[in-house]
Design a protein around this ligand. Structure first.
Ligand SMILES: Cc1cc2nc3c(=O)[nH]c(=O)nc-3n(C[C@H](O)[C@H](O)[C@H](O)COP(=O)(O)OP(=O)(O)OC[C@H]3O[C@@H](n4cnc5c(N)ncnc54)[C@H](O)[C@@H]3O)c2cc1C
Ligand SMILES: NC(=O)c1ccc[n+]([C@@H]2O[C@H](COP(=O)([O-])OP(=O)(O)OC[C@H]3O[C@@H](n4cnc5c(N)ncnc54)[C@H](OP(=O)(O)O)[C@@H]3O)[C@@H](O)[C@H]2O)c1
Length: 251
């Protein structure tokens, strides 16, 4: 089948926030089509006459502008390293029509929604928290955010504001793998599913009747967490089949 070419619109950098040596956020003014929280669009730069493009999850809520994105800088990467050098007012290309099915519309009804992310894979979940409709669909939301070092946890203010607003309905469970830190789980998401740590820390058991899981980020985490959940009897959702697990791997 022939690949459809993206239709590009020119965007302008409205702001850039460098969070750590290799994590940054961009605010971008661009005229994109309506999208759902969890979708991604492609960003591109023209380098030596060639358009270099990659997909990125939109972190801002669909109703808000400017658009916002959260990046890991791959030091020898074709695009992310260049995006990290942009300044306010610089131009870049934005795919006009966001796409992807990693959205709440694809998630069957349930009581508890478990959002499991590594690194920049938290972006679609922050868009969902900002958008807000998950609170009409789920009684309880658990955000599990796994990073190497505590300093890699971004958007703490948004997460804390959500906690303040929704109280016991929202739990935030940070995982830090390369240092020990009070209040964080030391380790990896898949093992914590298998050995019961995640349910214990959340104070909430998984349930085949009413738990839904969304997994995003590092493909190793996504595959291993999927396998750990399948071991517990949970199944993957797909078009036309209601399961418990919806996923997106970033590379
Ligand atoms: C749906 C989707 C949403 C995404 N959202 C985000 C986001 O919000 N934030 C973010 O930082 N990144 C996101 N990514 C990843 C992003 O698209 C790029 O892969 C990343 O920025 C690296 O691109 P680059 O051009 O800098 O590096 P590249 O030059 O493409 O690659 C450098 C290195 O990165 C690794 N790598 C990158 N892509 C792949 C791949 N497809 N397969 C195997 N290895 C790979 C390899 O080690 C490679 O050598 C997303 C990816 C997808 C598919
Ligand atoms: N973020 C992106 O969008 C992106 C895009 C392209 C490439 N990459 C690649 O990812 C690396 C850094 O990305 P990042 O900073 O976002 O961190 P990351 O490597 O995705 O790590 C984030 C967290 O996930 C953990 N993790 C790694 N593999 C796992 C697995 N199989 N199962 C469960 N947990 C796992 C890490 O633990 P450990 O401390 O044990 O590793 C860490 O706690 C770079 O080397 C780059 O090549 C990232």
């Amino acid at each position: 089948m022939a690949e459809t070419k993206p239709i590009w619109t020119e965007g302008t950098v409205a702001g850039i926030t460098h969070r750590t040596q290799n994590l940054f956020s961009l605010q971008i003014d661009a005229d994109v089509a309506p999208f759902a929280a969890g979708q991604y669009t492609s960003l591109a730069l023209d380098v030596d006459g060639e358009r270099i493009a990659q997909p990125y999850s939109i972190l801002s809520a669909p109703q808000n502008r400017p658009l916002e994105f959260f990046f890991y800088t791959q030091p020898d990467g074709q695009l992310s390293a260049r995006l990290s050098q942009l300044k306010t007012g610089d131009r870049l290309w934005v795919q006009r029509k966001p796409e992807g099915s990693f959205t709440l519309q694809q998630v069957p009804a349930g009581k508890a929604l478990w959002l499991l992310a590594t690194g920049t894979g938290v972006a679609p979940f922050l868009s969902m928290l900002r958008e807000g409709s998950l609170w009409q669909r789920f009684e309880q939301v658990h955000l599990v955010y796994a990073v190497r070092h505590w300093d890699d946890i971004a958007y703490n203010e948004l997460i804390m504001a959500t906690r303040e607003h929704f109280g016991e309905r929202f739990s935030f469970i940070p995982f830090v793998s390369r240092e020990k830190r009070e209040g964080c789980v030391h380790g990896h998401i898949p093992a914590s599913i298998s050995n019961g740590t995640l349910e214990r820390v959340a104070g909430h058991p998984f349930s085949l009747d009413d738990s839904q899981f969304m997994l995003c980020g590092n493909p190793g985490m996504v595959q291993d967490a999927l396998a750990a959940l399948e071991q517990r009897g949970f199944t993957r959702s797909s078009e036309g089949r209601h399961g418990h697990i919806t996923l997106e791997a970033y590379w």
